[in-house]
Design a protein around this ligand. Sequence first.
Ligand SMILES: CC(=O)N[C@H]1[C@@H](OP(=O)(O)OP(=O)(O)OC[C@H]2O[C@@H](n3ccc(=O)[nH]c3=O)[C@H](O)[C@@H]2O)O[C@H](CO)[C@@H](O)[C@@H]1O[C@H](C)C(=O)N[C@@H](C)C(=O)N[C@H](CCC(=O)O)C(=O)O
Ligand SMILES: Nc1ncnc2c1ncn2[C@@H]1O[C@H](COP(=O)(O)OP(=O)(O)OP(=O)(O)O)[C@@H](O)[C@H]1O
Ligand SMILES: N[C@H](CCC[C@H](N)C(=O)O)C(=O)O
Ligand SMILES: [Mg+2]
Length: 494
Amino acid sequence: MKLKEILSSLSFYKTNSSIDENAEIKSIEIDSRNVIPGSLFICIQGFTVDGHDFIDQAVENGARVIIAQKEIPSSVSIPVIIVSDTRRALAMIAMKFYHNPTNEMTLIGVTGTNGKTTVTYLLEKIYEKHQQKTGVIGTIQTKIGDQVFPSNNTTPDALSLQKLFRKMVDEKVDTAIMEVSSHALDQGRVFGCDFDIAIYTNLSQDHLDYHTDMRDYLRAKSLLFSQLGNTYSESRKKFAIINEDDAASSILKKSTGQHLLTYGCKNKADVMAEDISLYIDHTTFRLSTPIGDVSIHSQLIGMFNVYNMLAAVSAAIAGGLSLETIKLALEDTPGVDGRFQPVTGGQNFGVIVDYAHTPDSLENVLETIQQFSNQKVYVVVGCGGDRDRTKRPLMAQIAVEYADTAFFTSDNPRTEDPVQIIDDMVKELNPNQNNYEIIVDRKDAIHRAIASAKKDDIILIAGKGHETYQQIGKKKIHFDDREIALEAIKHKEI
Ligand SMILES: CC(=O)N[C@H]1[C@@H](OP(=O)(O)OP(=O)(O)OC[C@H]2O[C@@H](n3ccc(=O)[nH]c3=O)[C@H](O)[C@@H]2O)O[C@H](CO)[C@@H](O)[C@@H]1O[C@H](C)C(=O)N[C@@H](C)C(=O)N[C@H](CCC(=O)O)C(=O)O
Ligand SMILES: Nc1ncnc2c1ncn2[C@@H]1O[C@H](COP(=O)(O)OP(=O)(O)OP(=O)(O)O)[C@@H](O)[C@H]1O
Ligand SMILES: N[C@H](CCC[C@H](N)C(=O)O)C(=O)O
Ligand SMILES: [Mg+2]
């Protein structure tokens, strides 16, 4: 693409020298290591390093133009374009370079503290039943139809994202469904994306290492709804899907001028679940919607999953799908990888692996397990390193309150000392809350919990869900809670 065309996506910019607007730009890069001859390199001031420090490497690798947000030494031999915010410029340039792909398909975004992956997974099943080709972007993986690619982040950076959307359009995806994290919203990774439907699940404490407080966290989440815009189009109606039972619902409703569809179980909403019956291996309810009522028998477990189903159903209704399709898909959908996933090795007690890594999700999952258990409940849980430290004591408190015994252990310690993380978890517990053991090694903790279990007890192994690694320092080693649990079950039988 010609530089002139790329620059037309920017509002204002300055240059340090004359630029050849007809220069051909071969690729857009934000990592100097990926620059090839003819690239345009955009310097991003990051959280760990500053992209402006890699200009020399970008030039050496053949960059044709640099986009920066700071003055650059005059020794740099190629044209430099200065903008006020390179993250915003990146989103606009990437959108231009890949020919605004989100304009060519339906785009659904899901935000909220918990439930994003589950809702995207349910929507994928619903749209597939509707005979559409789907693309899915999220925590576990990225998918285009049946092709699966690994995910580094829940929401990719703006450049990877627009490139991925172009690939989806080229491969005839009708509907793309994506998780939109608060980090992504805050960093403008989704600036310029033309969302048709924006879904809100819930808000509870997480990521206070990144956001200054809960208000700032909510502000970031609300950007998905303000980004839906206020422009009314009859041919392409846009919808905000809001959880009416969540405390932040009124703020989010005010963030957009688009159509609203609300869901809930307590407060009056457009889409509601009534006569809900929760069982250990399935859930039933009556689904009441503006297009009719229908009964649902789902394989998903727990009240929180009723909310996830309502969020997905509401989006599908906004998208014009029929209740028949929605019912068929919901009833056909098995549980999501690593979410309330039973591990069965023929044992006479229950083992459940779940991705609960926030206070709210841990409480929801333990509450669900408690409802079905008439024997002992054990939980194996830790907290991630280099993440919100203030959630640690809250998670420990919930663990000892709901479980008969908690085994506190490592999650992904990353660059922190795992012993210190566990200490942060337990240090605010009262002395009488001593129904816990500390076993730093996660494998040992899982083995100990399984060795302790008797007939009909239930063990929850929380925090890592689908993850097949443990990150210790900068290294990721293979680790899968489900594999270790099976191994421990076999070992117990010998
Ligand atoms: C704090 C944070 O959000 N960091 C994310 C951010 O990194 P960053 O912008 O700070 O980048 P950086 O590493 O400092 O580098 C700055 C720039 O220098 C460039 N560089 C760097 C080295 C070099 O040799 N040459 C070079 O040009 C880099 O390519 C980059 O452009 O942008 C990167 C690209 O998008 C992300 O991969 C990275 O995620 C890190 C790995 C991370 O841990 N992020 C977490 C906190 C996160 O974003 N999580 C949310 C999900 C949370 C949830 O829902 O629970 C997510 O969406 O994944
Ligand atoms: N609607 C919900 N409300 C509360 N907790 C939930 C809800 N849905 C799922 N959970 C809990 O949160 C965990 C993570 O669910 P899921 O992966 O769907 O959320 P997510 O928002 O994608 O999380 P992440 O931000 O880590 O990507 C589940 O394993 C379950 O314990
Ligand atoms: N997307 C979440 C995942 C947390 C998963 C948990 N296992 C941990 O490592 O803390 C985060 O980056 O905060
Ligand atoms: Mg997710």
